[in-house]
Design a protein around this ligand. Structure first.
Ligand code: UDP
Length: 502
């Protein structure tokens, strides 16, 4: 146990949190951050993973080991063959097509038995399970083990409440036209979206069982854990808590558990750029001059759209770091990049092909803007770093996240995307053309009064975010309460008048 943990007075090694992430980067990474935060507070943390995912996060595992954190990473065999998936298909980002999505969830649910068998043998016995909402089958594991369950949503309460209100008010049945705007009922802000932009989680009849499972797990859970913080959306946390009828623990921003460049650079997959080279490049740029461009881990940006983004960045004349994922690389893109673009922009542009050390980049003082797909983790990472955003949502919760950033927080401007992207497809259309990209980058980065005010709001929010996870902050206090809650439950279960003696 670390000194810090002992100092916090919560260093009871018998309190044992088990984390069951869903194997997608945007779900796994914040949960690993959460496990590390709790381990730093002196509780034992077990993180369930799989061989492929464990090899991807090797740097994080090694660093946690070197720091002496009480944290275990446990790879369970991922049953690809049993679920009809190709071997090694252990993360959503390598599922070859949308048609295999159900198979991936099926494989994930088959982890239930080996997980339970493993946990039964553990000393100390698990005190609780924190499970991603995409793993509703953990409800039965927790129940059979006799331990509390917490559902983890790497989402904000603004989105969760919006989705819940849309469902309760029957909006999806009442509106036939996918493109007709409507005001989301029961929010503190006037938020307008279309039906297509606000799909229910797991839409369509084929996911009915999944939706029922998630609701059942939420009902059975002792509480809900979110990657958010009170100062960001207190009203939404409280309303969502009322709707769910149970405690909602806002413990974020979780990425802030990574304190320095060595931690932030090691987060997630092995970076495709040398950390020091990236830092040297950023150091050579003026403060807040660089726009960072990344569309997350699950989107597949088409070659024609990539070319429009590049042309817009070039025309904007601002320095940039631009991430192009491996899956997006193609002869068409390579020929376009090397046929003049890279040469013309080499003095002010850095392209990262593959995995970027995103949290490290966003935390650097040279970064002044983020062109983002509005995945919630990316949004929180920008908020934490005080970086204003250009919002370019693709699917899922991203359009509502855009509304939060643009309308409620007012720390972002829209790229102007109207229609959602369908996961697993690659459209040849460019939803924003080069002029649109240039205009958005200029609006965000060019000197002006509006930019100044947006920056001030972003800076202020970033300060609040960082304070939230420090000792005395709201998320820090919530984490203390969560640990105490689990410890009390553990003590009750040991009480001779209680039913359990583990
Ligand atoms: N990420 C990263 N490097 C990359 C791409 C993504 O570190 O090149 C991280 C990013 O910091 C975030 C997560 O992967 O924590 C992506 O989650 P998000 O919710 O933003 O988007 P998703 O990929 O799930 O759509």
């Amino acid at each position: 146990m670390t000194n810090q943990a002992t100092m916090n007075g919560l260093g009871d090694p018998k309190v044992h949190f088990v984390f069951v992430p869903f194997m997608a980067q945007g779900h796994m990474l914040p949960m690993i951050d959460l496990a590390q935060m709790l381990a730093k507070r002196g509780v034992l943390a077990t993180v369930i993973t799989t061989p492929l995912n464990a090899s991807r996060i090797k740097n994080t595992i090694d660093r946690a080991g070197e720091a002496g954190l009480p944290i275990r990473f446990v790879p369970l065999r991922f049953p690809c063959a049993e679920a009809g998936l190709p071997e090694g298909c252990e993360n959503v980002d390598v599922v070859p097509s949308g048609e295999l999505a159900q198979n991936f969830f099926e494989a994930t649910s088959l982890l239930g038995q080996p997980l339970e068998a493993y946990l039964r043998e553990q000393q100390p016995y698990p005190s609780c399970i924190v499970s991603d909402f995409c793993n509703p089958w953990t409800r039965e594991v927790a129940s059979r083990l006799g331990v509390p369950l917490f559902t983890f949503y790497a989402m904000c309460c603004f989105y969760l409440l919006s989705a819940s209100n849309i469902l309760r008010h029957g909006i999806h049945d009442a509106i036939a036209d996918e493109t007709e705007p409507f005001v989301v009922p029961g929010l503190a802000h006037t938020i307008e979206v279309t039906k297509a932009q606000a799909p229910s989680l797991f839409p369509g009849t084929e996911w009915e069982k999944m939706r029922e499972g998630i609701s059942a797990a939420d009902r059975a859970a002792d509480g809900i854990v979110v990657n958010s913080f009170s100062e960001l959306e207190q009203w939404y946390v409280e309303r969502y808590q009322e709707v769910m009828g149970k405690k909602v623990w806002a413990l974020g921003p979780l990425s802030l558990c990574n304190k320095d460049a060595a931690d932030t650079a090691a987060r997630g997959k092995e970076a495709s750029i040398d950390k020091d080279r990236c830092l040297r490049w950023l150091d050579s740029m003026k403060p807040r001059s660089v726009v960072y461009v990344s569309f997350g881990t699950l989107t597949h940006v088409s070659p024609s759209q990539i070319i429009e983004v590049g042309a817009g960045l070039e025309a904007s004349n601002h320095p940039f770091i631009w991430v192009i994922k491996e899956v997006e690389s193609s002869p068409e893109v390579e020929i376009w990049l090397s046929g003049g673009f890279e040469g013309r922009t080499s003095a002010r542009g850095l392209i990262i092909k593959g995995w970027a050390p995103q949290v490290m980049i966003l935390s650097h003082p040279a970064v002044g803007g983020f062109l983002t797909h509005c995945g919630w983790n990316s949004s929180m990472e920008a908020i934490s770093a005080g970086v204003p955003m250009i919002t370019w949502p693709f699917f899922g919760d991203q359009f509502l996240n855009e509304r939060l950033i643009v309308d409620a927080l007012r720390t972002g401007i829209m790229a102007g995307v109207k229609n959602p992207w369908i996961w697993g497809t690659v459209s040849n259309e460019a939803s924003v053309k080069r002029d649109g990209v240039e205009k958005a980058v200029r609006s965000l980065m060019d000197v002006g009064e509006e930019r100044q005010r947006r920056r001030e709001r972003a800076t202020e929010l970033g300060e609040k975010a960082r304070k939230a996870v420090e000792e005395g902050g709201s998320s820090y206090a919530n984490m203390t309460l969560l640990i105490e809650y689990v410890r009390d439950k553990l003590q009750q279960s040991r009480n001779p008048l209680g039913s359990s003696d583990h």
